[in-house]
Design a protein. Structure first.
Length: 98
C-alpha cells in the first residue's frame, strides 16, 4: 500500500514547460522534519505504488497524479489541473533546499 504524503511546498526551475517548472516537491514529516523529493523521484514513487501525494486546497484533499507532456516527459500535477500544474505551482517555495 502506498504511503500517503502531503505536499506543502515546491522548488521551481527556470524553465517554462509544464513538465519543467517544478524541480522538487516538499513538506514536513510527522516529526516536523522537512523533506524534499525530486519530481522524477516522486513520479517513480507514484508509478511503483510506493507513494501517493496530495495537497490541501480550500479544505479539500486533491490528489497529485503523473501526467505526460506532448513530448512524452512525465511530470506531476493535481487531478483537478489541466495540462499546467497550476495548483502545485501555487504552493509556496520550500524554505529548505532540494
Amino acid at each position: 500500500m502506498a504511503t500517503k504524503i502531503e505536499i506543502t511546498c515546491i522548488i521551481k526551475g527556470a524553465l517554462f514547460g509544464a513538465h519543467q517548472r517544478i524541480l522538487s516537491i516538499g513538506g514536513r514529516n510527522f516529526d516536523g522534519k522537512p523533506w524534499t523529493m525530486s519530481q522524477d523521484g516522486a513520479v517513480s514513487g507514484i508509478e511503483e505504488g510506493t507513494y501517493s501525494f496530495y495537497i490541501h486546497k480550500g479544505g479539500n484533499i486533491i490528489n497529485v497524479i503523473v501526467a505526460i507532456s506532448p513530448n512524452g516527459y512525465k511530470y506531476l500535477k493535481t487531478f483537478a489541473d489541466t495540462e499546467q500544474p497550476n495548483m502545485l505551482l501555487a504552493l509556496p517555495e520550500c524554505p529548505y533546499g532540494p
